[in-house]
Every structure is written in structure tokens, then in C-alpha cells.
Design a protein around this ligand. Sequence first.
Ligand SMILES: Cc1cc2nc3c(=O)[nH]c(=O)nc-3n(C[C@H](O)[C@H](O)[C@H](O)COP(=O)(O)OP(=O)(O)OC[C@H]3O[C@@H](n4cnc5c(N)ncnc54)[C@H](O)[C@@H]3O)c2cc1C
Length: 436
Amino acid sequence: MRNIASWGRLGTYPHEVVALDDPRHVASKIASSSSPGLAHGMGRSYGDACLNPNGTLWMMTGLDHLMAFDEASGRLVCEPGVLLRDIQRVFVSRGWMLPVTPGTQLITVGGAIANDVHGKNHHVFGSFGDHVKRIRLLRTDGEIIECGPEMSADWFSATVGGLGLTGVIVEVELQLRRVASPWLQTETLPYADLDAFFRLSEASEADWEHTVAWIDCLSGKQQRGLFMRANPAAAVSGNECPALPKNGKKTMPVVPVSLVNRWSLPPFNKAYYALKSWSAGPSLAHYEPFLYPLDNLLEWNRMYGPKGFYQYQSLVPADVGRDAVQAMLKEIARFGEGSFLAVLKTFGNRSAPGMLSFPQPGVTLALDFPNHGERTHALFARLDAIVREAKGRLYPAKDARMPRDLFESGYPRLAEFMQYRDPGISSALSRRLMGS
Ligand SMILES: Cc1cc2nc3c(=O)[nH]c(=O)nc-3n(C[C@H](O)[C@H](O)[C@H](O)COP(=O)(O)OP(=O)(O)OC[C@H]3O[C@@H](n4cnc5c(N)ncnc54)[C@H](O)[C@@H]3O)c2cc1C
């Protein structure tokens, strides 16, 4: 038994931990689990999607082999515990890259599929599942299901974004995309208010692959921020390259209280906005610091202190997006304590590959909040009301507390999904939101 926490560090819970590292023994180890189990990747989900307190966790990171690569087509076959970082590092120098990655590359392929993660380029490349060509799914009764967009497509659609609940993914075939270099042509543009954010988003959709914005959630009525956009750069000659990111990473120490609070945040946000506005404009950036800015500070989740933190990531449809985001930011400003990590992004007009995939056309707002118990939950209840009225949804990968009715209304294909669940698999999230 080991105590395991998720990324939000809201608590640690006892789990029977079983390492799956030899593909020959995976099926027998899963079949011999004494209680319902759950696959666990890097535990980068913020809430309870990757936890199964008092049950079994099958640790997947030992299944980390790259098995085959076709240089002509960019098809990669790999085990599910491979980190996205390792795929990028092996293949970027060969002219290939993952088409979609989230804001951290320290996650597993299995975790990326189970949450059907999205990146800053959703309007161009969709979500991770759009680039998965085949999944080998092991059910806890030993049955193997091979599925993909064109083979057992119903199982594929249940498993992509399926929160690990349809079986254990034991092998994956991915389509990589061509890149000329590891560099991105980027541009940072300060914006004065939400209308300016939406104008910039719309104007950037056709010509920019990556778009994302930081928002100063405490800036009052104006809600200013920084809009960032980027495109892959052509091959860059040596003397044009900025310095490569340093490998020496820093680690956040354990702190006794949250460093993010109502006193530290306003001056921090003000200084960040001023500094970034001053240095705004075009620049050439390596993909790692642009796409994964937080990966350089290991264990940064400790900055919220021993009580941990929540992330609240909502998605509201485009037609009501501006008003709903404005209403949420107003509530957060009134509450007086948001987070430095506040991200705003529009999703493209694409249909998602998974029954429970989070992305859909609209605008998503993600903010971290230090855990202050009841007070924080009271704020979330007000934000929930806005999301509910807007007919929006919350992201399970980030969630530890959404009410069941909001999950049910946000994910209309839930009943269909339930037919594909594996009875030998359960998570804290599935018990909270699906009843088992
Ligand atoms: C700094 C940071 C930034 C982030 N940015 C984004 C972002 O921009 N976009 C986004 O979409 N997400 C983002 N996330 C969330 C993160 O990408 C997801 O939570 C991701 O699923 C974590 O993968 P993991 O390997 O850590 O899996 P875990 O968190 O351990 O597990 C996630 C789910 O995957 C399932 N799972 C894992 N392996 C398997 C397997 N082999 N078979 C079946 N199921 C499996 C688990 O059961 C669980 O349900 C971010 C997280 C962090 C910490």
C-alpha cells in the first residue's frame, strides 16, 4: 500500500500499487487484482480522475517502449507509459513531432488518450485523440479489443477521453506531423479587455497554429492580459537561433503556506503584465519553453502549500462565451483570490473524437485556486451556476469536486459511454460522478 496524491495535492490516499512493466505479465497482474483497479500515468491530472483510494493503481510508466516507427508516413507504435516529452525529444530532430500536446509534456501517452488532451492549437489540429490511429485495449477479464477511428470505432470513441474506465490501453499507434525545426515564430500582444481578446483570437485563427492568452484575473472591469500566438518556424540557421533552453531544472521547495494569496497576487500580476508588455512583439522560441512553460520548475504544485489547490477549467459555447467568461471573472475578482495561472483560449469548430472528450467549439477559461475549503467551494458554486446556464461543461482532468448534475448536463453522451465501462475498473471520479 502507498499513499498517492494527484497534481492538486488536495490529499493523499492509500492505494495498492502494482507496477506494470513487463508486457507479458500485464494481463495476469490485472486479472489478479483483489479490488477494482485503475491505470495511473504520471498523476498529472489535478483532481481524482487518476486516483482510486483503497483500491488498486496499475502504474503504467514502466511500459515505456517505442516499438516501431515508419519514417515515410510518421506512424509511431509505442507502449502507453511513454512520456510525450520523450517522443518529442527523439523525433523532433528527425523532422517529426506530436501534432497535439497539452501545457505539460510530462505526461504519458495513455493519460493523453484517456483525457483526450488539447493544446494551444485545437483550432488547427483538434485534440490528442484525433491523431491516434489504433489502440490495443485490455479489459480486466482478459479480452483484447483493437480499435481505431475505422475499426471498432465505438470502442475507440468510448476510450478516447474515457477516463481510463473502458480498459487498460496497452499499445498505441500515433500519427506524428512533419516539422522543419524545433523553433516557433511567436508573437506576444497585450490586450486591454475581453473584447480585444476575442478580436485577436478571431483574427489569429486562420494564420496562426498556436493561440492562447494569459488573463489578469484581478485586473477589475477591464480584464486585460497577454495574447500569445505562434507558428512552426522553417529551418533556422545557427547564428539566428536564440540560446537553447537549459537542461538544469529547478525544483519548488515544500512551503508551509500557499505562496499564492490575496496579498501576493495583485502585485505579481501587475509586474508580470508590465514586464511582458514591455518585451512584447515577435520572437523566435524553442518549442519547449513556449508550449510547456511550467515544466522548467519541477513540483511547482507545492507553491500552494500543504492544503493543495484546485483548477477550475470551464468551457462555454461561443455564442454566450464572452458574457459567461465576463461573469465568471467578475465573481472571481469579487472573491479577491484567483491565481496567476489563468488561461483563456478559444476552441475550433471541430467535432471531438471521444464520447466524453472535453473540447467542443467555444471558449475555455482555466484558473488555479489555493484550497481554502468552504470559501473556495462557495466560489465554485457561483461559477458552476454560470457554466450551467451557459450550457457549458467542466474538464474532468482538472476536476475534484464538480456536482454530478453539471457533469451529466455537460456530457450528453454519458449514458452511451456507460455501456463500454469495464466493471473491474473504478476511480474516485467515477464513483463521485457516475455512481460506481
Ligand atoms: C502543468 C499542467 C498543464 C496541463 N495542461 C493541459 C492542457 O493544456 N490541456 C489538457 O488537456 N490537459 C492539461 N493538463 C492535464 C493533463 O494533460 C492530463 O491530466 C493528462 O491526462 C495527465 O496524464 P498522466 O499521464 O499524468 O495521466 P494520469 O493523470 O495519471 O491519469 C489520467 C487518466 O488517464 C488514465 N490512464 C493513464 N494511463 C492509462 C492507460 N494506459 N490506459 C487507460 N487509461 C489510462 C487514468 O486512469 C486517468 O483516468 C495539464 C496538467 C498539468 C500538470
